[in-house]
Write a protein that binds this ligand. Structure first.
Ligand code: ADP
Length: 458
């Protein structure tokens, strides 16, 4: 009769499901490159390749004081950035907590609150320096507003829809820059909104300011996205605007949407399909769902739950705590992979403390190996996206740097190494020419630099 399968036997099955061969990766890169081009040629594509109206790279010589306001997920952040030229800067910042009510209340009230926080910030941090401001002179402000907006110029943006749990009324479909300007007037602030930007674009510009070899920015956090600098002549869908075709403009790819709906190119396991089906937006953000911090923990949890159902794991124990969707955060995968002990004591801790479950050493080794498979797949898929931009722009020969940010990149052990390894699997030795590095603070510093562009033009 059949002998009982060991954890190592089970692992082999998952290895084949979650492993991406170099050949498969190259096929993904090819489809990805094509998708990027389609997004540039035609409006409203699945990967929308949003024109940002941020023209060209910073020189590194930008100087002056700029304010930056970052309306992100949980906090509102106000920064005073002093650009010192030569790629240097100083930053002073304060965070203000947003309540759940503020996120759902009237939109104008939300912007009034932003203006109020700015006022407090300017009063406390800018007091003595105020004398440096000539009467009638305004401080330039860059507003990092990382929700999908359609823009026609840099200081304007119509909110397409709220994401990340926001739902403030009377805002969708309206020009949020205009609404915010109203709030600035109400508080009589000596501030001029000069740029409305997305965090990915800010990251691109800030990273280039400090390191001019940076050509691409990527974010691996709750979501996953990228930005890069494109030649205006290649952005066919805005040809009619009559912008100088020799100019360059940053593109916010919104690449998390790659392979959405059609599911033709990416290797989806049945666990990925469950994550998608049970998400609030099935079919959407297909690439992001295989990569970003919001989902990796859930993918691991679904594999574990399957083995619980099959009677392989935790026999005789009550597993209800682990059966709750999204209870296993991606930070746990980081911890599992970084456990330095032979006995895997950290993993014992996670399962006893958070899920009231006892584990054997063989199970813990299995969990760690699974985390590694899922984390490695995410990193290798990320390489595919980066490789697509690199191929499209012809950056491989001379090489380039990629500014990267987000908790997954910054905290997941070995994530960057795996991205680099993936790039070499795709491109061979030349893949070594593409190097990721921790990006500068895009929503603060990047926003300030972009605000300075406008000043230079005056
Ligand atoms: P955001 O993208 O919302 O601005 P982050 O870059 O911090 O913020 O990303 C948050 C995501 O990162 C969450 O989905 C969380 O699960 C994940 N995360 C947080 N800490 C870690 C960690 N130590 N290792 C891996 N992922 C993490």
């Amino acid at each position: 009769h059949a002998t009982k399968k060991t954890m190592a036997d089970h692992l082999r099955k998952y290895e084949s499901l979650f492993t991406l061969t170099p050949q498969r990766m190259r096929m993904i890169v090819e489809a990805f490159t094509e998708t990027l081009e389609i997004g540039l040629n035609k409006p409203n594509q699945i990967v929308p390749m949003i024109p940002t109206y941020v023209f060209g790279w910073p020189t590194g010589q930008e100087t002056g004081d700029f304010l930056a306001l970052d309306l992100g997920g949980t906090n509102l952040r106000v920064c005073l950035v002093t650009l010192q030229g030569e790629g240097k800067f100083e930053i002073t910042q304060t965070k203000y907590r947003l309540t759940e009510e503020q996120k759902q209340d009237d939109g104008q009230k939300l912007f009034d609150f932003c203006a109020e926080c700015l006022k407090t910030f300017v009063d406390t941090n800018f007091g003595e320096r105020d004398s440096a401001l000539k009467p009638g002179q305004n401080l330039p402000l860059g507003f990092t507003f990382s929700y999908p907006c359609s823009q026609e110029r840099i200081d304007h943006g119509e909110l397409i829809r709220w994401t990340k749990g926001f739902g403030a009324a009377n805002t969708e479909g309206r020009d949020v820059a205009e609404m915010f300007k109203k709030s600035l007037e109400k508080y009589q602030l000596p501030i001029q909104l000069t740029a409305l930007i997305n965090d990915t674009t800010g990251t691109l510009i800030a990273s280039h300011y400090v390191n001019p070899r940076t050509k691409i920015a990527v974010i691996f956090g709750t979501g996953c996205n990228a930005a890069y600098m494109e030649n205006v002549k290649n952005i066919e869908k805005i040809n009619h605007l009559g912008i100088d075709p020799a100019a360059e403009m940053a593109i916010n790819c919104e690449w998390g949407a790659f392979d959405s709906f059609e599911h033709e190119h990416l290797p989806r396991t049945k666990y990925d399909a469950i994550v998608d089906d049970t998400s609030n937006k099935p079919g959407e953000q297909a690439f992001e769902k295989l990569i970003s911090g919001r989902y990796l923990g859930e993918i691991l949890r679904l594999v574990i739950c399957e083995l619980i159902d099959e009677g392989v794991l935790f026999l005789g124990q009550n597993t209800y705590k682990l059966e709750k969707p999204y209870c296993l955060d991606t930070a746990f995968l980081s911890l599992m992979e970084s456990d330095p002990t032979d006995e895997l004591l950290m993993i014992i801790g996670i399962f006893t403390h958070f899920f009231a479950l006892e584990t054997t050493l063989a199970e813990r080794q299995f969990f760690r190996a699974l985390a590694k498979l899922i984390g490695r797949r995410a990193a290798r898929l990320s390489s595919c996206g980066i490789a697509a931009i690199v191929s499209k722009m012809g950056y491989l020969e001379e090489g380039c740097m990629v500014g990267a940010d987000g908790s997954l990149y910054n905290k997941y052990p070995g994530f960057a190494d795996r991205v680099h390894e993936g790039l070499q699997d795709i491109f061979g030795e030349k893949g070594r020419n593409i190097i990721t590095h921790h990006a500068e603070d895009g929503s603060g510093v990047g926003s300030a630099i972009i605000a300075s562009y406008d000043k230079d033009q005056e």
